[in-house]
Ligand binder design. Structure first.
Ligand code: NAX
Ligand code: ATP
Ligand code: MG
Length: 374
């Protein structure tokens, strides 16, 4: 396990326990104070979904965000606030993996890696010295058929060296759809799953898993973050029907259930989140600008908040009693709330010229507004 907790948090024995129990008590208090999150009201709300078509499931997103965001403690060491990796970046797309990876850092992760193709790496490195960029992926055009097997094994061995150290992978932003590349990424997904590393699947990663559902099916630490097109393809493939906006909550619940309890964050006017057990929405006002790259910010943010929620739950020794209590659902709710707040602030400042970079610049202020550093 990558995240330390309890006695193994990297501080010396008793100090560590005192520090972490104080932090946990504060977070438990915040969790308890999440209005309406008792099991009873959860059951009631689920009945409401069924009887009313479910419009009454707005998450208490800001309280959830506050509850799962760790305190900044001088005794913590580098890495404890999270290490994430983005698998993506090819000849066409260098912006998407950069947006996802830099957003993770801006929110508070300690280390952010990008595994991309050789062509994309110098470009991504050029955007930021903060990112650790591995130029190891290959597309068909640069590989002879007879070399494919050797190259696949080399790539996998390289990713495996790092795998256990990551708290979460983001698979897909700017990955492209080259079949050889996607085969390698399928193997990376299998290895991540074996190592119990949470996986956020976005962009072209969703193109891959929609046609190979086994890669994520039944894996509770998988999060899918489809946009309108990606969701449509998932619904058609898995449920064999068209998207039904009248019964959006129920359909999403069903979809998540059919994929074995993965968590799905359906992006749109409101973000809808389900793990097949519960459905939540986040409708905080964001921005009317739909520039490309906002979903990439979201996938990097989900990775960080899922890592933090999981760390909190693992450290609580079974005493974590909020509902929803699934770390992937909590992480999605927090990430969605933060992105929307940041988008709203960026739009206030930049109006029609708002771009993804402007929103990234607002992540810190928006997080501080919700969850100030003491
Ligand atoms: N700067 C970059 O490098 C960016 C790269 N991106 C990457 O581009 C690749 C493809 O992602 P896409 O999001 O374009 O894939 P989609 O399958 O969502 O989009 C494909 C096409 O559908 C259209 N479309 C998108 N949203 C729509 C909507 N709401 N209603 C109707 N049509 C819509 C788009 O214009 C596009 O032509 C992914 O790898 C993604 O990560 C995007 O993340 C955007 C930013
Ligand atoms: N119609 C909308 N109204 C308000 N917010 C929206 C709307 N559509 C999307 N969003 C917000 O923008 C964020 C990104 O969603 P979007 O659908 O643009 O993702 P995407 O297409 O994957 O983006 P990317 O260009 O990064 O691939 C979502 O979290 C959502 O909150
Ligand atoms: Mg996208």
């Amino acid at each position: 396990m990558v995240f330390e907790h309890g006695m193994n948090c990297g501080f010396s024995g008793r100090n560590c326990m005192l520090a972490s129990s104080a932090v946990l008590r504060r977070q438990q208090f915040l969790i308890r104070s999440l209005g309406g999150y008792s099991y009873h009201s959860h059951q009631t709300r689920m009945q409401e979904v069924k009887s009313m078509g479910g419009n009454n499931l707005e998450a208490d997103a800001e309280n959830i965000l506050r509850a799962i965001t760790p305190t900044l403690d001088p005794r913590k060491h580098k890495g404890q606030a999270g290490k994430v990796a983005v698998i993506g970046g090819c000849r066409e797309y260098t912006g998407a993996p950069y947006f996802a990876a830099i957003s993770a850092l801006k929110i508070g992760a300690d280390l952010s890696h990008v595994f991309c193709t050789k062509d994309a790496a110098p470009v991504i490195k050029g955007y930021s010295p903060e990112l650790i960029v591995h130029p190891i992926l290959e597309e068909s055009y640069s590989v002879r058929d007879e070399d494919k097997r050797t190259i696949s094994s080399k790539v996998l061995a390289e990713v495996d060296k790092w795998m256990e150290r990551f708290d979460c992978l983001v698979v897909g932003p700017g990955l492209g759809r080259d079949p050889f590349l996607l085969d390698i990424v399928s193997e990376i997904l299998k290895h991540a799953r074996k190592s119990n590393v949470p996986i956020v699947v976005d962009g072209d990663g969703l193109f891959l898993v929609t046609s190979s559902l086994d890669l994520v099916s039944g894996y509770p630490l998988a999060v899918l973050t489809p946009n309108v097109n990606e969701y449509k393809r998932l619904v058609q493939n898995v449920l064999g029907c068209e998207v039904n906006d009248e019964d959006a909550h129920e359909q999403l619940l069903n979809l998540a259930k059919q994929i074995g309890g993965v968590t799905i964050l359906r992006k749109g006017k409101s973000d809808l989140i389900s793990d097949g057990e519960t459905v939540k929405s986040v409708s905080i006002y964001g921005s009317p600008r739909r520039c490309g790259g906002q979903g990439d910010i979201l996938s990097g943010s989900v990775a960080v908040f899922v890592s933090w929620a999981r760390q909190l739950i693992l450290a609580s020794d079974g005493n974590f009693t909020s509902s929803p209590r699934n770390p992937t659902v909590l992480g999605c709710i927090a990430a969605s709330a933060l992105l929307r707040k940041a988008a709203s602030l960026a739009f206030k400042n930049n109006k029609r010229s708002t771009l993804t970079g402007d929103i990234i610049e607002c992540l810190g202020t928006s997080l501080e507004d919700i969850c100030p550093v003491h």
